[in-house]
Design a protein around this ligand. Sequence first.
Ligand code: ATP
Ligand code: MG
Length: 337
Amino acid sequence: MQTLVEVRDLAKSYKRADGTMVEAVKGVSLDIYKGEIFSLLGPNGAGKTTTISMISGLVTPTRGTAKIGGFSITDQPIKAKRLLGVIPQEIALYPTLNARQNLTFFGKMYGLGGKDLEKRVDEVLDFIDLKDRQKDKIDTFSGGMKRRVNIGVGLLHRPQLLYMDEPTVGIDPQNRRRILDTVVRLREEYGVTVLYTTHLMEEAQELSNRVGIIDHGEIIALGTVGELTQQVGEEDRLVLSTGSQTVPDALLKRFEAEVEGVTRSLYDAPVQLAAEGEGATGATHGTVTLFAKRGRKALPGIIHIANDAGLDILSVEIKEPDLEAVFLNLTGRALRD
Ligand SMILES: Nc1ncnc2c1ncn2[C@@H]1O[C@H](COP(=O)(O)OP(=O)(O)OP(=O)(O)O)[C@@H](O)[C@H]1O
Ligand SMILES: [Mg+2]
């Protein structure tokens, strides 16, 4: 396995507006192998963008090193960046230019020109499946289409390595599917190595050869999906939606003590989110998660006790070991949207 990206003890502290320091990334070390899709999976604020920004040379680390193809991103940035395409979390395109003009403009910034650039723009438009819309202005595009143009920009100079920072956030399911397929095609057809960040367990699980789980600026687990899920054993999770009800600790203890097979419980209390503003959804629902060897067998006993205690279970999901379980197991918190 050839290492393409080598990250060692990378850290970044930011100064908050009130003058206090926050350590956004606390000494991350990882290797990304040539030809793999490596996902950095973690909740909002975990440090994914800060990590990507440091290893792409956009943010200077407080300490630590990152090398791409053996070149240090801080000491040999031009050589390191030549191998790299970055698709940032925020879309950066010119709204009044059309798709083709945007790609041409960014291609020139990469030092491409003439017939070669024309040809490359055609190839990229083909790849992101926007050839028929190339003459339309960006501000007439949907979010998903803009995202695809953004991806196209990152591909223009044929990078060996691509960083994609949460490329499916806020994108409709159809475009999301296209983006995920694009990532897989890049690897399979062009051998591109991909560093992909997401807070969605399903995406990391579907795409990745290996996953690094990041939380509070630290890598808390790293390996293939199989290796990581093995860490949590064979227990299923029974996730009970309990809405806005409060679930007392004593009831959790009863589930553990009285239902055969249940080994552990976790309670995610309902959180009151901001009622206004972007992404506001009002109050979220609470969940009780119970771990059991054979989830289906434990279910009747759980429902019986819930009824007895007057707890209204709104829905039940039985989940086999997955990355969400790994995160829960390591942090005691759910990895949710
Ligand atoms: N320029 C900055 N100044 C101060 N604090 C920052 C800055 N950039 C990030 N942070 C803080 O660093 C932490 C990590 O942020 P980062 O954007 O890397 O997380 P993330 O995992 O990308 O989150 P998200 O999923 O929301 O994109 C957060 O606490 C954030 O508030
Ligand atoms: Mg981010």
